[in-house]
Ligand binder design. Structure first.
Ligand code: IMP
Ligand code: MG
Length: 183
């Protein structure tokens, strides 16, 4: 397995696969159904937070059987390595009108909730009809204060996770499964 991973990534070792392709596909299908049922009517705009959510959004919207629009935002938190700081800035903004629409903000992983909180504030100022959040992975849920995502794929272990969109130093995003790496 490590040999295979070394062929496609920068060479850092993976400790183990945490969520494999089948588990992800199954949970994403369930989430899509939950989301479709949650929004019986109205305009739905799914906003993915790049870059981490790009694969999740692509898979998720194909499982939401109702009309919707897709857009993206890029929010970057300052800070390096494997921790996230409290400062979040927008590097790319959605060009779509948010007013009067149901907005579903999609994240790859929520840890402190700082990114979500800051982006939620920006979105709320644009008068959407409603605003909910969906994250594939929820890390640290019990210790987080304030914002809790409404739709959660999996509770994540405290390890640093990569793959299926998640990176470490921009590597590993293209792995089709989610794995933990040595810190
Ligand atoms: P928060 O602002 O503390 O909730 O952190 C969320 C952001 O931190 C995510 O969008 C990721 O970019 C990054 N992040 C947190 N944990 C991990 C991880 O285990 N792997 C990769 N990125 C992570
Ligand atoms: Mg990231």
């Amino acid at each position: 397995m490590q040999g295979e991973i070394r062929k496609v990534t920068g060479g850092r070792d993976i400790v183990g696969v945490v969520f494999d392709e089948d588990a992800i596909a199954q949970r994403v299908a369930e989430l899509g159904q939950e989301i479709a049922e949650f929004y019986p009517e109205g305009d739905l705009l799914v906003i993915g937070l790049l870059k981490g959510s790009f694969i999740f959004v692509a898979d998720l919207v194909r499982r939401i059987a109702r009309p919707l629009e897709v857009d993206f935002m890029i929010a970057a938190s300052y800070g390096t390595g494997t921790t996230s700081s409290g400062n979040v800035r927008l590097l790319y903004d959605s060009g779509t009108t948010l007013e009067g629409k149901h907005i579903l903000l999609v994240e790859d992983i929520v840890e402190s909730g700082n990114t979500l909180k800051r982006v939620n504030t920006l979105i709320e100022a644009r008068n959407p009809q409603s605003l909910e959040t969906c994250t594939l992975l929820d890390k640290n849920r019990s210790r987080r204060q304030g914002v809790q995502p409404r739709f959660v794929g999996f509770d994540a272990p405290p390890d640093f996770l990569v793959g299926y969109g998640l990176d470490h130093a921009e590597d590993f995003r293209h792995l089709p499964y989610i794995a933990s790496i040595e810190g």
